[in-house]
Each structure stands twice: as C-alpha cells, then as structure tokens.
Design a protein around this ligand. Structure first.
Ligand SMILES: Nc1ncnc2c1ncn2[C@@H]1O[C@H](COP(=O)(O)OP(=O)(O)O)[C@@H](O)[C@H]1O
Ligand SMILES: [Mg+2]
Length: 286
C-alpha cells in the first residue's frame, strides 16, 4: 500500500515535471497595488514623405516638392492595469501595436492621447538592441547603457564582466556592434537589460533571435528576475514562452485590445482567431 502510493507519487511527479517545469512565476494577483496603469492610450504616427513624382507631375511642378502625410493609428484607446507581481504576455500579429505599446510604456514614445502611470524604474529591452550605438564596441555600449540606466561607474565596471559572460560574446565585446550578427546583438541587449536591476522589465521579441540554449538561459534569468521585479512585459510570437513565463496576457489586434486573461485563455483565443480569422495571415505574421 505504502510502496504503491510512493511509486505512484514519484511517477506523477516525474510526469508533471516533464510536462511543465516548476515555474518561479507566482500567481497573478488582480487586487495587488498597481505597477502600471494604462488609460485610454492612443498613439498615432505621422510620417511626412516626399511623394515620388511621376514624369508628368514632375514637369508640371517643376521640381517643387510635394509633401504627403501618412497617419498610422498604432494604438486605439487601449486600457489595462498591471498589478505588482504580474508577468504580462503580449500577443498579436505583425503591426498590431505591440512594440508601440512597449515603447510608450518605456517612456520612449509619448502617447498621442491617454495616460500612463508607471510605478518603478523600467528597463526596456527593445527589439534587437535598438539604442545601441553600432560604431561603439560591445563593452562601450554596456558602459553607456549602464550609465544611462542610472548605475554609477563603479557599478557599471562591476557588472560589465557579468554582462559579457552572460552574452557569451568573448572577444567580440571589444569589436563594434555593427560587426555583430542579429543573434549576438539580441544576446547583448538581453544581458544588459537583465543586469540593470529593473523594477519593471520589458522584453520585445528579443529572444526569437537566440539559439535554443541561450533561450533557455534567458528564460531561467527572467524567472529569477520575477522574484525581485515588480512586473515584467514579454512580447513574443512564441506562445509556449508566453504560457511558461507569464501569469497574465493581453492580445492586441490592429491597435485595439482584443482580450485579456490567463495566458492559456488568451493564446487559445488568438490561435483560434489565426486559424479561422477572415484576414489572410502570412506565415510571417505568426
Ligand atoms: N516609427 C514609425 N513610424 C510610422 N509608423 C510606424 C512606426 N512604427 C510602427 N509604425 C506602424 O504602427 C503600426 C504598429 O506597429 P508596431 O507597434 O511595430 O506593431 P508590432 O510590434 O505589433 O508588429 C504598424 O502599422 C506600423 O507600420
Ligand atoms: Mg514589434
């Protein structure tokens, strides 16, 4: 009897461990104090461009440039709240407004209208290390990034080695970033962001470029950070990562908030939408 239940429980444990590794991401607590509040936020990009003249209009206008304005409403009245302890997954097709949302939350892009409250220091890891200076070496960018994030010179010196180790760049750390592959750039961007003691960590598709081994290491680091960070935002097309690393999720579509809920609910609804949606999605959109 006892031995049977022992073997049963050990089988059950092994089975569970294989299906879902023990997650350090705690539960989503809806009534915890807020880390971030997004209220009716809209972002409109206005791009002016020189209309390419046809031969005829070029002759008619005799070289006078004609400026056209293209407006894109990237976010349309988006509202949601992020309580402390939330690891928020953000899903949606290309052009849905995910990166715009992350840039706006990170204070890089002001909302056109609406309000954002952020309680804590944000470290935004933007897609593939936007913000790096391509002509400076990896180590120089690390120092600049650290100082820009409010670390002291001593703290930066202390962490530079740790960052270089984590990014696994070896002597490439001494070379200009323009010589890096996109995978190397994203490894460095990830390493910098997670070593800045962020209160709120935002990761925009940065893990998609790494190899499988680095992705695993990055996921483990993110789970570690969740025990100290106030909140985390993860934009990813890898719905498995969203389910593994997040305890809440939102789905954006064409600038609108379609749904929020548990990662299982949201990824299931999104997947179903992709399969039956009237819009034709290309592989790239997935
Ligand atoms: N800097 C920009 N200038 C003009 N339009 C932009 C800019 N960045 C993004 N957009 C447009 O805003 C929309 C949302 O883009 P984005 O936030 O990058 O979506 P996602 O990250 O979900 O793919 C898209 O239509 C895109 O073309
Ligand atoms: Mg994007």
């Amino acid at each position: 009897m006892i031995s049977l239940s022992a073997s049963e429980s050990s089988t059950a444990t092994t089975g569970a461990a294989a299906a879902a590794p023990p997650s350090k991401v705690g539960p989503y607590v809806p009534d915890a104090p807020l880390a971030v509040k997004v209220e009716n936020v809209s972002v409109t990009y206005r791009t002016t461009f020189e209309r390419t003249p046809t031969l005829k209009t070029a002759i008619v206008r005799l070289g006078r440039g004609e400026r056209a304005v293209r407006e894109v409403q990237a976010l349309k009245g988006v509202s949601f709240e992020v309580p402390v302890g939330t690891s928020l997954g953000i899903v949606g097709a290309n052009g849905a407004g995910k990166s715009t949302l992350v840039r706006t939350l990170g204070g890089i892009l002001p909302p056109t209208s609406g309000r954002i409250e952020v309680h804590g220091r944000i470290s935004a890891l933007l897609a593939l290390g936007v913000g790096f200076n391509p002509n400076l070496s990896g180590i120089e960018n690390v120092v600049l990034g650290g100082l820009a994030n409010g670390l002291t010179r001593a703290q930066v010196r202390e962490r530079a080695d740790e960052i270089a180790d984590f990014a696994e760049l070896g002597e490439f750390m001494e070379l200009p970033i323009r010589t890096y592959s996109s995978g190397m750039r994203s490894r460095l961007a990830f390493a910098v962001s997670v070593h800045m003691d962020p209160d709120i960590l935002m990761i925009d598709e940065a893990l998609s470029a790494g190899d499988a081994k680095f992705k695993q290491k990055a996921a483990a680091k993110m789970q570690d950070l969740m025990s100290t960070a106030r909140a985390m935002f993860l934009v990813s097309h890898a719905l498995g990562s969203i389910k593994e690393l997040c305890n809440h999720a939102i789905w954006l579509h064409k600038g609108e908030l379609m749904m929020q809920g548990t990662p299982d609910e949201v990824t299931a609804a999104y997947t179903k939408f992709l399969q039956v949606g009237e819009d034709a999605f290309s592989l790239e959109d997935l």
